[in-house]
Write a protein that binds this ligand. Structure first.
Ligand code: 1CP
Length: 346
């Protein structure tokens, strides 16, 4: 096999703002969610258990790559897997999401959150190693949850709309907040390192729920911790993607945190996002996942519009503005991947 840097990848090239033969495409949450073969492979196995079985991780990660002409695969795991691996008592409840038995709300609880060792997640390294063989030239994206989003689950105890307790700690107990986020960035770094050292060729940090934070608070209370992750990953020379939802006002700061690629949700057109990030960043996005439920003519027109807007960026990775919705027709995703390639061939 060729050394990593020599193997062709339009995805890696677009992330690095190099010329590409066509705009690369992958879909957030392409593994799991809408595929019938995913439901079949999982059978009755709870999701968090599935995330610890290497053969199953490989199979589920490969499923969308077999179906769609995507230019990257995303590792099948979850942002809470490393938290469970360090002993946090949590579960992913079907139809709900991550639920924490004892939410973290005081110093003693923060201090109990221990660092992640590679030996805590042997299944992740094993699965990534098998995947890099199976995927050939298609890069595998490793990922982790950003400190704010992980903290929101740990403090609230589960999914939440307004992240009230989370923000109350951020505003009211800044030292405790900083200690918690520092520990969470170390856990994210350790989980990302396991994936990259085993062969992942790009990373994405998901700060899904940070969009409710103001730019000033983001700069003061979130950015230093996310930045620690991007800085720690710099030595690996893999593209670093930083994504959040409702983060239109934060795109510049999310780039400043150290990302090579800034993920944009569907609220901000890419040709506007270009002006919100500093020079030297590629963009990823940003078709509203709900558009995939509309007739094909609508999908096609909107995808073309995004490709045109993406041409104003220094590099563009086509994606959805958030994850694939569970009731999306896989046939539409297959057609969309083909359309992106056909329309963007240079
Ligand atoms: O493509 C893939 O699906 C890859 C695997 C993957 C990824 C990248 C899963 C498996 N989860 C994630 C990331 C993740 N998990 C994020 C960041 C991305 C995003 O914003 O969508 C978040 C916020 C979570 C937490 C989580 N896990 C939720 C959200 C709950 C909420 O707060 O609204 C849910 C529903 C889960 C469960 C989960 N994780 C993954 C799957 C396939 C599922 C669905 C459950 C199942 O299939 O039983």
């Amino acid at each position: 096999m060729l050394p990593t840097a020599r193997r062709d990848s339009s995805f890696l090239d677009a992330c690095r703002r190099r010329p590409v033969p066509h705009t690369p495409v992958w879909f957030m949450r392409q593994a799991g969610r809408s595929l019938p073969e995913y439901r079949e492979a999982r059978g009755g196995i709870p999701i968090l258990e599935a995330c610890t079985i290497p053969d199953l991780i490989v199979e589920i990660t490969m499923q969308p790559v077999r179906r769609y002409a995507v230019d990257a695969a995303i590792f099948f795991s979850d942002i809470v897997v490393p938290l469970k691996a360090v002993g946090v008592d949590l579960d992913i409840k079907p139809g709900v999401g991550p639920v924490i038995a004892d939410p973290i709300r005081d110093a003693a609880a923060v201090d109990r959150l221990r660092p992640l060792e590679p030996g805590d997640v042997p299944y992740a390294a094993e699965a990534v190693r098998s995947l890099t063989g199976e995927l050939g030239d298609i890069p595998l994206i490793g990922f982790a949850g950003a400190p704010f989003t992980l903290a929101s689950y740990l403090i609230e105890g589960g999914p939440s709309k307004n992240h009230e307790r989370t923000k109350a700690m951020m505003y009211g107990e800044p030292e405790l907040w900083a200690r918690l986020l520092d520990r969470l960035s170390d856990i994210a770094i350790a989980y990302l390192k396991v994936q990259v050292e085993a062969g992942a060729r790009a990373i994405q940090v998901f700060d899904s729920w940070v969009g409710g934070v103001s730019p000033a608070d983001y700069r003061a209370s979130v950015l230093p911790h996310s930045k620690k992750i991007f800085t720690a990953m710099e030595e690996y020379d893999v593209p670093r993607i930083h994504f959040g939802v409702g983060t239109g006002e934060l795109l510049g700061l999310m780039g400043e945190a150290g990302a090579d690629v800034v993920g944009v949700d569907w609220r901000v057109p890419l040709d506007d996002a270009v002006h919100r990030v500093e020079a030297g960043k590629a963009l990823q996005g940003n078709l509203d996942p709900a558009i995939l439920l509309a007739p094909w003519e609508v999908v096609e027109a909107r995808a073309r519009e995004i490709l045109a807007q993406g041409r104003t960026a220094e590099g563009h990775v086509f994606n959805l503005g958030h994850g694939v919705l569970p009731n999306t027709d896989p046939g539409v995703l297959a057609r969309l991947a083909d359309l992106v390639h056909a329309e963007s061939t240079r």
